[in-house]
Write a protein that binds this ligand. Structure first.
Ligand code: ADP
Length: 213
């Protein structure tokens, strides 16, 4: 059965960085709802303007909008995906696991980390708009200054990566998203990583999980 992987964890817990590696190593497609939403914002459509308002306040975008954009980007017959940033509440988890992925081998990987250390990570996060590479001003700065090491895109800081918005995002994670953990536990699909560990160790642990399920 084809594998479909869900990376689950608080904002800044390292899902996006590991996703990049898994795409390279296993040929998964990376499906980040945050990236899909930012692409819609960039188009400047009415929908994009509404989405931008929610993201800038650190609030979730509605389930209906997310599902529509998700389905427009999904080709499950031909691909194995890394879901990054979806599901983010119980109703999204039910739609994904009980409807869209009902006939697949679903592996949920939880990036477990104390949310109190994440604010510092997020306010120092920089990203490449072209290849979505993720940097950190302190722990992993781009070697070439303002341009991406991989594709030379112009590195920027996301509009929602500021202290004020992070407070709201973390609150939503704790109140609305983390209850989804019990849902995955009951399904028997949950694998927990210590997301405070270093990148290579986490990568190896994920590799072991994927090679053994
Ligand atoms: P992070 O992992 O740092 O939170 P994302 O790129 O996953 O960043 O998400 C950025 C923002 O996009 C979220 O704060 C939220 O407003 C919106 N978003 C992303 N995924 C979803 C989702 N599945 N449901 C609702 N809103 C979402």
């Amino acid at each position: 059965m084809k594998k479909q992987v869900i990376l689950f964890g608080a904002p800044g817990s390292g899902k996006g960085s590991q996703a990049k590696y898994l795409v390279k190593e296993y040929g998964f497609k990376h499906l980040s709802t945050g990236d899909i939403l930012r692409a819609e914002v960039k188009k400047g459509t009415d929908l994009g303007v509404r989405i931008a308002g929610r993201i800038e306040k650190g609030e979730l975008v509605s389930d209906e909008i997310i599902l529509e954009l998700l389905q427009a980007n999904l080709d499950l017959d031909n691909n194995s995906y890394i879901f990054d940033g979806y599901p983010r509440n119980l109703s999204q988890a039910q739609i994904l696991c009980e409807k869209l992925l009902a006939n697949y081998n679903v592996i949920a990987i939880y990036f477990d980390i104390d949310v109190s250390v994440l604010t510092k990570r997020i306010v120092n996060r920089l990203v490449c708009p072209d290849c979505q590479a993720i940097y950190n001003r302190i722990s992993h700065p781009p070697k070439l200054g303002a341009v991406c090491d991989y594709c030379h895109g112009q590195i920027y800081q996301r509009a929602d990566d500021n202290e004020e918005t992070v407070v709201s995002r973390m609150k939503i994670f704790q109140e609305v998203t983390s209850p989804v953990l019990d849902f995955f536990k009951e399904k028997g699909t949950l694998h927990t990583m210590n997301a405070a560990d270093d990148f290579d160790n986490i990568r190896e642990r994920i590799k072991k999980v994927l090679d053994n399920v």
